[in-house]
Ligand binder design. Structure first.
Ligand code: GLY
Length: 583
């Protein structure tokens, strides 16, 4: 457990008062400041990282304990799960700068207490000046460096528009939801060992891809217990608090983004920012035994893939195969191979490309896809160009349930850790490198090794295909589980495993998170496994002809599961600083 202890304890309320005094340029009233306390102290200089707990009323699981605590405090103080989702996302933009963001985008799948299901798309968008071959050199060869690093890699951010689109379901004044993030940015918070390590590991990029000094580079290496202060970010958050979405997409912040673009040969314009809109989509929903699984439609591939995978294994007795037996893993891998082949060919932004969602998720089509499944050997993937999957677990997931019955599942991202690694000069936040999620050239793998084609080709104002899969599960039409994870292309396969673990193997949230993960994505034709994956299963799969590659941790799953007494079993992933909070 991480307990930074090198700073003097400051009670949150006292801390808040101190901020009130120094924040004289910020005119909005902080009169509801005790919100943050909510009966508990939230101390940004001393905190622990609770991994799992059962809460009676409401809970949050996300990538950072301060953000989870803020989300839970908001609900304890009268807010609902949407209030908590907003406050948690804004807090993550400060305390988890590698993936929490206002310079990226995401998706929310939610269900209101009244039973309305929602799918909100606030994915980044290609700027108007983007073009199909913008990352190809004169010989037509892709330059993936341009789609992944620095200014040209960024899509138009969607997160702030998303936050204001979800605000219509919230209850509290917006100012109360953003104030904790402003304070954390303005006064700083203590960083963990993992954060220090990642900041140090990315230092050279922070220098290379920035045109102005920023909060993330200091003369000496970061260490656990250091305080990260983000004054420019605090000012940007204050503008958002004062002017709403216009505080980001217009005015000073927009000008700072465009000035940054011009210094670094990026192409996002004032008009791109002004035009950006979050979009309400129709959630995907399907039945699996007594469970209804609700997921994100395109422009994410996540919901379709999860639905395909669950339907492809639906009529097979996985439980009798044994947990993570070769028989179980082989079946799941063969389903994954087929779903990812479909992803590459058929999926893209539905506003630009007709995605055959109905067909791809129909039982008849999926039965036909599994017709050549052989339980004794691999079905070889057609070899296009083998990509390597680097160990990226970027992106971040938030699971929330409140006492009223609202369920919120949000996955949000900058794409890579710290996105493009470019901080908007004077505005203090990282921009995404989401343009790499487009298919830069047919058959050429992106940073997650995913290939694509025409459906996901670059076009101005198009949204790049995602794998994010924020998911809800109802049991007999009542709230049962909220789950999701970061991890690029491993997202839908990790969600698939979580569903199998909980719905078929009856695991607790904690057990499902701890279970070793595996992943197959058609190309490269390899099963990736976590280091603690059962050796016996690996040997049996190798004997059948599968190529297995061990890699680092897969995903960071956050689960809230409702127990029969209504309590919320809440678990945060053990692979990071992820933490739970609730009451
Ligand atoms: N950037 C990762 C994803 O959207 O799938």
């Amino acid at each position: 457990m991480f307990v930074p202890n090198c700073f003097k304890a400051i009670q949150w309320n006292k801390f808040f008062v101190a901020v009130l005094i120094v924040s004289c340029s910020y005119q909005t009233s902080f009169s509801q400041s005790e919100l943050i306390g909510a009966g508990k102290q939230i101390d940004p200089y001393h905190y622990t990282i609770p991994k799992d707990a059962t809460f009676q009323h409401a809970s949050v699981a996300c990538a950072h304990p301060l953000a989870s605590m803020i989300g839970a405090a908001v609900m304890q103080k009268g807010g609902n799960a949407f209030d908590a989702a907003i406050a948690t996302q804004l807090a993550l933009a400060v305390v988890f700068p590698e993936a929490g963001n206002i310079g990226g985008g995401g998706f929310m799948v939610a269900r209101t207490a009244k039973g309305q299901t929602l799918a909100l798309d606030y994915r980044e968008m290609a700027p108007e000046k983007a073009s199909r071959n913008m990352y190809l050199d004169k010989d037509g060869n892709p330059n993936m460096h341009l789609s992944q690093d620095g200014h040209l890699a960024s899509g138009v951010p969607g997160s702030v528009a998303g936050i204001f689109a979800m605000y219509k379901y919230a209850k509290l004044p917006f100012e109360q939801l953003i104030t904790p993030a402003i304070i954390l940015a303005d006064k700083g918070f203590v960083i963990s060992e993992k954060e220090a390590h990642l900041l140090n590991a990315t230092r050279a990029d922070f220098i290379k891809y920035n045109t102005k000094p920023n909060a993330f580079v200091k003369p000496t290496p970061w260490k656990a217990g250091d305080t990260l202060v983000q004054k420019d970010l605090a000012k940007t958050l204050m503008r958002i608090s004062q002017f709403g979405a216009k505080g980001f997409y217009e005015g000073e912040t927009a000008k700072l983004i465009v000035a940054e673009m011009q210094r670094g040969k990026g192409i996002i314009s004032l008009e791109d920012l002004k035009q950006y809109k979050a979009i309400d989509r129709t959630p995907l929903s399907f039945q699996f035994n007594e469970y209804t699984i609700v997921g994100m439609p395109p422009p994410s591939s996540g919901g379709i893939i999860v639905e395909q995978l669950m339907k492809m294994i639906a009529n097979r007795p996985l439980f009798s195969y044994g947990f993570e037996s070769a028989k179980m893993v082989q079946l799941m891998v063969e389903a994954e191979r087929r779903a990812f082949a479909d992803r590459a060919a058929y999926m893209g932004d539905p506003d630009f490309w007709k995605v055959p969602v109905k067909t791809l998720t129909s039982n008849a089509y999926l039965a036909q896809r599994m017709a050549n499944y052989d339980s004794t050997k691999p079905t070889p993937s057609s070899m296009i160009k083998e990509g390597q999957i680097p160990e990226h677990d970027e992106t971040t997931h938030i699971s929330i349930m409140d006492a009223e019955g609202n369920m919120v599942s949000i996955t949000t991202t900058l794409n890579g850790w710290y996105g493009s690694r470019t901080v908007v000069g004077g505005a203090g936040f990282f921009l995404n490198n989401e343009m790499d999620d487009f298919s830069v050239k047919p058959g050429v793998p992106n940073m997650f090794g995913a290939v694509g084609g025409e459906a996901n080709a670059i076009q101005p104002r198009k949204r790049m295909l995602s794998s994010m899969a924020p998911t809800l599960v109802l049991k007999n039409n009542q709230p049962f589980m909220v789950c999701g994870t970061p991890g690029g292309t491993t997202i839908p396969t990790s969600v698939f495993q979580t569903l199998v673990d909980v719905l078929i193997f009856n695991m607790s949230a904690e057990q499902a998170i701890a279970a070793p993960k595996f992943h197959h994505q058609w190309l490269p034709d390899v099963i990736f496994v976590e280091p603690n994956f059962p050796k016996n299963t690996i040997q049996q799969l190798e004997a059948m002809g599968y190529k297995i590659q061990q890699r680092g941790p897969i995903g960071r799953t956050e689960i809230i599961k409702v127990l029969t007494n209504g309590n919320k079993e809440t678990a945060a992933d053990i692979r990071g600083d992820d933490a739970v909070a609730g009451y």
